[in-house]
Design a protein around this ligand. Sequence first.
Ligand code: DOR
Ligand code: ZN
Length: 353
Amino acid sequence: MAANPAPSRDRLTIRKPDDWHIHLRDGAMMRAVLPYTAAQFARGIIMPNLVPPVTTVDAAAAYRERILSALPPGVSFAPMMTCYLTDATSPDEIERGFAEKVWIAAKLYPAGATTNSHAGVTDLANIAAVLERMERIGMPLLIHGEVTDQDVDIFDREAVFMEQKLLPLLTRHQGLKVTVEHATTAEILDVVRAHAERVAATITPHHLVINRTHIFQGGLRPHLYCLPVAKRERHRLALRKAATSGEDCFFLGTDTAPHPVGAKESACGCAGVFCGPTALQTYIQVFDEEGALDRFEAFASLNGARFHGLAPNAETITLERRAGQVASCVAVDDTSVVVFRGDETLPWSVAEG
Ligand code: DOR
Ligand code: ZN
């Protein structure tokens, strides 16, 4: 009898992934970037840091409708909406949006931590009642985990947040489901592991392939600047180990964050890496390099859905080892957005449907 063929290492078919952390913006920008995300992902958590931020159920429902009507014909993508927490968020509004299935989660931006976060939370004490309610109804809290004290070294802001804010919060709210968004340090990964029955972390493609030195390689690279900023090499290696480990507390969240090229290439450039168009190609390359292709589906398509109590997607996507280039930039009105790794030939491509 013929032996079973060895599993192919040049082609991988997995359930369609979900992206648990997306910035789509609105208007022309959203219409320009949405097709790239919708081509790779079946569902996605949409971040609420618009101007003004999405703080009410009605605003979130209207934003979801704008996204759905911007989808290219024949493309299906389910946007999952989040509430932007402020000092004034009401527990009843939170519960209503969750009960009506408008919101899947609420996002904590410490005020001033990052792009469009100025209306965020100034002190966790101000949202204690909101967090209690979320804990009671099982609504996850998505955390941008950086302190906002500008005297704290920018490379330490996640670590200080972990010690001063996250650990006490996990103690105060022992039943609260939490996602540490865009984890960047080895230490926070261990905190997630230690609380894995209710705490998870998303990991971006860029934090798996760049460390802080890359931001200054041969000159300042504004398109590699995001928040939390990339850290030392040992942290990148820890992130790669966690993502490819198969542990179900780690899952895919790109933090794709488009800004017009002029806002990046500026004397005071915005934080954000636009990685949506090359996300799966980058992630699978990392899993391949780590000898972990068999664990890619768990990270990309299963762990996040399980955390959020959703079934995995029924449809599939195939990735293949085929050199390809996507687009170095995406046009938006009279400007453009530079694509992360868009100028590179990538070893893996998404197979044509
Ligand atoms: O780099 C970032 N960009 N980090 C964030 O937390 C927000 C995001 C954005 O909205 O541009
Ligand atoms: Zn983000």
